[in-house]
Ligand binder design. Structure first.
Ligand SMILES: [Zn+2]
Length: 302
């Protein structure tokens, strides 16, 4: 632990305290400081590098997306759980909106798997993705054209039934500005779905600085239920519900075991992931990742 440094919480203006030193295990091996605000619960990465440097991780992901028959056991697991994860997301979006063929905006669409599945189901899907390689991948793989994030400003206001940010907001430099824009793009009875890792999760407490979902410096913001509610409240949104993302606990636990130097990290991670997932079923606020479902502040309940 280094000496306690204080900085101002960018969400509520409270005095944030030094929380931990975390290592970028996935790419650079460099250490980054995290600060935590005792008032709203937000944890944030201090002095992250430029946006270009933070993109280094995307190339690794794309190699995995392209592999039809990945060789590594961990890659194979990722490959198979991805489809179950997409089915789960579809159930959440269609279940909460009670819509089958609406207008969807998928912000931070990654490789386009979720967007293309929603299109197959009859949704009109607009996808925004910052990485050029992923936009090319989506076009080649699914014939689904994605736009650059900068196009978000030009989209028609109040036109989307559902907006999804799957593990995207933690990468954005200005989350409040983004949420306000998303709110403007939603129909009055539309819903906003935000999935992020949960700093109050059982796996975060167990793995500490080795918790893979810190993912510094790519993740700039680290939320719990309280700080996510505050982010929504400040930007004219009301939290309707929050739900577990059931498959994230496994992947995060396996990676965390690996980062912590465990010899049998796949087996140990699977076992721990199962335990964390089971235990957090009784308390969603302790889930590895959470999907938050927001509506506009003055809109009638759906
Ligand atoms: Zn705060």
């Amino acid at each position: 632990m280094t000496e306690k440094a204080t900085s101002i919480c960018p969400l509520c203006g409270g005095n944030a305290l030094h929380f931990a030193e975390c290592t970028d295990y996935a790419v650079s091996g460099e250490d980054y400081s995290l600060s935590r605000c005792p008032d709203c619960g937000l944890i944030f990465t201090e002095e992250p590098p430029s946006a270009e440097s933070r993109q280094a991780y995307s190339k690794l992901e794309l190699e995995l997306y392209r592999a039809d028959n990945p060789r590594r056991l961990l890659d194979r697991m990722y490959y198979h759980t991805r489809f179950r994860n997409i089915r789960h997301k579809i159930r959440i979006v269609e279940g909460m909106t009670r819509i089958r063929r609406g207008h969807l905006l998928n912000y931070g669409a990654h490789s386009g798997y979720f967007s293309s599945r929603m299109e197959d189901r009859g949704w009109t899907v607009t996808s925004l993705e910052e990485h050029h390689e992923k936009r090319v991948f989506s076009l080649e793989m699914f014939h689904h054209r994605m736009m650059d994030l900068s196009e978000a400003e030009n989209l028609p206001r109040a036109s989307f039934d559902a907006i999804t940010l799957w593990h995207s907001i933690e990468h954005q430099e200005h989350p409040g500005r983004l949420i306000r824009l998303m709110r403007d793009l939603m129909k009055d009875n539309g819903l906003l779905f935000i999935a992020v890792p949960n700093t109050d999760s059982l796996d975060a407490a167990y793995y500490g600085r080795h918790w893979a979902a810190w993912d510094v410096p790519r993740h700039l913001w680290h939320f719990n239920v309280k700080s996510m509610m505050e982010l929504g409240r400040q930007n004219g949104l009301v939290l309707l519900q929050h739900m577990q993302m059931p498959f994230d606990a496994f992947y995060i636990s396996i990676l965390s075991e690996q980062f912590g130097g465990s010899r049998h990290y796949i087996l140990k991670g699977m076992f721990k992931g199962l335990k964390f997932r089971h235990a957090s079923r009784r308390n969603r606020s302790k889930s590895s990742s959470i999907v938050y479902i927001f509506r506009k502040q003055w809109a009638p309940l759906p």
